[in-house]
Ligand binder design. Structure first.
Ligand code: SF4
Length: 248
């Protein structure tokens, strides 16, 4: 492992874990990935989990939008109650031809204020996770959320809100055409897979959505509250890296 990655892992709170394994003769974190192919879950047809609210742009129209039209429509959208408390909608950010696409839950206070997903503490941890993979926000990485408007008091978005916003996420994925989708947390997994799952049970599995591999891992905000699970997140990222390499 190079020094830069070690420094990043130390910042993530993972360096002691890596050292412990190195000292005991186990493989380094770089290779800390399940070696056996893991079961592939059935492909998911991503029909919205419930009907889109009447005021949303029809999914068929969204499906034909280019980036400019899509972002304008998101900013003007009033399809669910989340529009009422937002400062602004937060469509997404990054490389529009990225191989890696990360999907989170929804904007928080800081994201709502700045109009960019994953800023603030959770965003800093996500940036460190990206750096550990030799990735960088904006370069070969696109970041979006399941819902584009901030849920009040940072509550979890409801299934109906995720469904109301689904056509926008669908279109972002169709435009980016990533090699891998990474769901950060349960609501993001629900948005990508169209069903409720438990992160603990779904970690380490390769799902598919319209032929694109999907994996799930913890949301960075969860990892900030539960630092002992950072090691699992690192395993998930190594798994992700292997899938992207295989897709190449
Ligand atoms: Fe529209 Fe999505 Fe915002 Fe709801 S969360 S108002 S569906 S952009």
């Amino acid at each position: 492992m190079n020094l830069r990655r070690l420094a990043i892992l130390r910042e993530m709170g993972l360096a002691p874990l890596w050292r412990l394994r190195a000292e005991t003769g186990a493989e380094t974190a770089d290779t800390d990935v399940p070696e056996q192919p893991l079961p592939t879950e059935p492909d998911v047809s991503h029909a919205p989990v419930s009907p889109v609210a009447a005021s949303a742009a029809p999914a068929s129209r969204v499906a034909g939008m280019d980036w400019r039209e899509l972002e304008e429509t998101i900013h003007a959208c009033r399809a669910c109650a989340l529009c009422e408390k937002r400062t602004q909608a937060v469509p997404g950010v990054g490389d529009r031809q990225a191989r890696w696409m990360f999907v989170g839950e929804g904007p928080g206070v800081e994201e709502d204020r700045r109009g960019e997903p994953f800023v603030g503490q959770a965003g800093r941890l996500l940036d460190l996770m990206l750096a550990a993979l030799d990735l960088k926000r904006g370069e070969d990485v696109y970041i979006a959320n399941a819902v584009k408007c901030r849920p009040p008091h940072n509550r979890t978005p409801e299934a109906a809100e995720i469904a109301a916003c689904a056509a926008f996420l669908d279109r972002q994925i169709a435009l980016v055409r990533p090699r891998l989708l990474i769901a950060l947390g349960r609501p993001a997994a629900q948005a990508l897979l169209g069903r409720e799952i438990s992160i603990g049970a779904a970690r380490g599995k390769r799902f598919e959505r319209d032929g694109v591999p999907v994996i799930v891992t913890y949301h960075p905000a969860y990892l900030l509250r539960n630092p002992l699970d950072k090691g699992k997140a690192w395993e998930d990222l190594c798994f992700a890296r292997r899938l992207v390499a295989e897709a190449a």
